[in-house]
Design a protein around this ligand. Structure first.
Ligand SMILES: [Zn+2]
Length: 142
Protein backbone atom coordinates (compact mmCIF):
# COMPACT_ATOMS: atom_id res chain seq x y z
CA UNK A 1 0.00 0.00 0.00
CA UNK A 2 2.97 2.29 0.59
CA UNK A 3 3.90 1.86 -3.05
CA UNK A 4 0.32 2.55 -4.16
CA UNK A 5 0.26 5.73 -2.09
CA UNK A 6 3.55 6.91 -3.56
CA UNK A 7 2.10 6.41 -7.03
CA UNK A 8 -1.04 8.32 -6.07
CA UNK A 9 1.07 11.19 -4.72
CA UNK A 10 2.99 11.40 -8.00
CA UNK A 11 -0.25 12.09 -9.84
CA UNK A 12 -1.54 14.63 -7.38
CA UNK A 13 -2.81 17.75 -9.12
CA UNK A 14 -2.58 16.18 -12.57
CA UNK A 15 -5.82 14.21 -12.75
CA UNK A 16 -8.35 16.98 -13.31
CA UNK A 17 -11.55 16.57 -11.31
CA UNK A 18 -10.80 12.91 -10.60
CA UNK A 19 -8.77 11.91 -7.56
CA UNK A 20 -5.27 10.56 -8.13
CA UNK A 21 -5.43 6.88 -7.20
CA UNK A 22 -2.61 4.36 -6.92
CA UNK A 23 -3.11 0.66 -7.60
CA UNK A 24 -0.66 -2.21 -7.10
CA UNK A 25 -1.56 -5.79 -8.07
CA UNK A 26 0.23 -8.75 -6.48
CA UNK A 27 -0.01 -12.47 -7.03
CA UNK A 28 -1.27 -14.56 -4.12
CA UNK A 29 2.31 -15.05 -2.98
CA UNK A 30 3.06 -11.35 -2.90
CA UNK A 31 4.91 -10.76 -6.16
CA UNK A 32 4.06 -7.37 -7.70
CA UNK A 33 2.83 -7.85 -11.26
CA UNK A 34 1.41 -4.42 -12.06
CA UNK A 35 1.24 -0.91 -10.70
CA UNK A 36 -0.35 2.27 -11.95
CA UNK A 37 -1.77 5.62 -10.99
CA UNK A 38 -4.70 7.52 -12.46
CA UNK A 39 -3.58 8.92 -15.80
CA UNK A 40 -3.04 12.65 -16.33
CA UNK A 41 -6.43 14.25 -16.95
CA UNK A 42 -8.19 11.71 -14.72
CA UNK A 43 -8.61 8.68 -16.95
CA UNK A 44 -8.06 5.85 -17.41
CA UNK A 45 -8.35 5.06 -13.72
CA UNK A 46 -5.42 3.45 -11.92
CA UNK A 47 -7.18 0.09 -11.60
CA UNK A 48 -7.93 -0.01 -15.34
CA UNK A 49 -4.29 0.56 -16.24
CA UNK A 50 -2.96 -1.92 -13.67
CA UNK A 51 -5.43 -4.63 -14.71
CA UNK A 52 -4.57 -4.09 -18.34
CA UNK A 53 -0.87 -4.53 -17.69
CA UNK A 54 -1.34 -7.51 -15.34
CA UNK A 55 -3.55 -9.39 -17.81
CA UNK A 56 -4.58 -12.94 -16.86
CA UNK A 57 -1.90 -13.03 -14.14
CA UNK A 58 -4.21 -10.93 -11.95
CA UNK A 59 -6.53 -13.89 -11.44
CA UNK A 60 -6.49 -14.98 -7.80
CA UNK A 61 -4.29 -12.07 -6.79
CA UNK A 62 -4.62 -9.08 -4.50
CA UNK A 63 -5.08 -5.45 -5.52
CA UNK A 64 -3.99 -2.61 -3.23
CA UNK A 65 -5.92 0.54 -4.04
CA UNK A 66 -5.60 3.91 -2.29
CA UNK A 67 -9.29 4.77 -2.76
CA UNK A 68 -12.44 2.66 -2.97
CA UNK A 69 -12.78 1.40 -6.57
CA UNK A 70 -15.58 3.19 -8.38
CA UNK A 71 -19.06 1.68 -8.56
CA UNK A 72 -20.24 3.59 -11.61
CA UNK A 73 -18.64 5.69 -14.27
CA UNK A 74 -20.12 8.91 -15.53
CA UNK A 75 -18.75 7.96 -18.97
CA UNK A 76 -20.75 4.71 -18.99
CA UNK A 77 -17.56 2.62 -19.22
CA UNK A 78 -17.32 -0.45 -16.96
CA UNK A 79 -16.52 0.66 -13.41
CA UNK A 80 -13.30 -0.40 -11.72
CA UNK A 81 -15.17 -2.56 -9.23
CA UNK A 82 -16.70 -4.45 -12.15
CA UNK A 83 -13.32 -4.78 -13.86
CA UNK A 84 -11.72 -6.13 -10.68
CA UNK A 85 -14.50 -8.72 -10.38
CA UNK A 86 -14.12 -9.78 -14.01
CA UNK A 87 -10.33 -10.05 -13.64
CA UNK A 88 -10.88 -12.64 -10.93
CA UNK A 89 -8.97 -11.01 -8.08
CA UNK A 90 -9.49 -12.75 -4.77
CA UNK A 91 -8.78 -9.86 -2.43
CA UNK A 92 -8.91 -6.07 -2.59
CA UNK A 93 -7.19 -3.91 0.01
CA UNK A 94 -8.54 -0.35 0.14
CA UNK A 95 -7.01 2.53 2.10
CA UNK A 96 -10.12 4.73 2.36
CA UNK A 97 -13.72 4.59 1.30
CA UNK A 98 -14.84 7.04 -1.34
CA UNK A 99 -16.99 9.80 0.14
CA UNK A 100 -18.05 11.02 -3.28
CA UNK A 101 -21.70 10.04 -3.85
CA UNK A 102 -21.04 8.77 -7.39
CA UNK A 103 -17.94 6.77 -6.56
CA UNK A 104 -19.06 5.19 -3.30
CA UNK A 105 -20.52 1.69 -3.29
CA UNK A 106 -17.67 -0.09 -5.08
CA UNK A 107 -16.75 -2.04 -1.95
CA UNK A 108 -20.31 -3.30 -1.52
CA UNK A 109 -20.28 -4.41 -5.13
CA UNK A 110 -17.00 -6.31 -4.66
CA UNK A 111 -18.26 -7.99 -1.51
CA UNK A 112 -21.47 -8.97 -3.27
CA UNK A 113 -19.24 -10.82 -5.75
CA UNK A 114 -17.67 -12.75 -2.82
CA UNK A 115 -14.34 -10.93 -3.01
CA UNK A 116 -12.56 -10.33 0.27
CA UNK A 117 -12.22 -6.58 0.93
CA UNK A 118 -10.05 -5.09 3.66
CA UNK A 119 -10.36 -1.38 4.34
CA UNK A 120 -8.25 1.03 6.36
CA UNK A 121 -4.65 0.11 5.56
CA UNK A 122 -2.65 3.38 5.72
CA UNK A 123 -5.93 5.27 5.90
CA UNK A 124 -4.56 8.45 7.54
CA UNK A 125 -2.12 9.06 4.69
CA UNK A 126 -4.79 8.37 2.08
CA UNK A 127 -7.32 10.57 3.84
CA UNK A 128 -4.84 13.44 3.82
CA UNK A 129 -4.27 12.90 0.11
CA UNK A 130 -8.01 13.01 -0.70
CA UNK A 131 -9.07 15.69 1.78
CA UNK A 132 -9.71 18.31 -0.89
CA UNK A 133 -11.49 15.82 -3.14
CA UNK A 134 -13.80 14.69 -0.33
CA UNK A 135 -14.53 18.24 0.76
CA UNK A 136 -15.34 19.25 -2.79
CA UNK A 137 -17.58 16.19 -3.25
CA UNK A 138 -19.55 17.04 -0.13
CA UNK A 139 -20.03 20.69 -0.97
CA UNK A 140 -21.29 19.67 -4.40
CA UNK A 141 -23.98 17.55 -2.80
CA UNK A 142 -25.92 20.33 -1.10
ZN1 LIG B 1 -12.49 3.68 -11.28
Amino acid sequence: MGRALRLACEGRGRTGENPSVGCVICTDNGVIIAQARTADGGRPHAEEIALESAGPAARGGTAYVTLEPCRERSSGAPACSQRLIEAGLSRIVVAVRDEHPQGAGGIARLKAAAIRVDTGLKAPAARALYRDFFEHAKSGQS
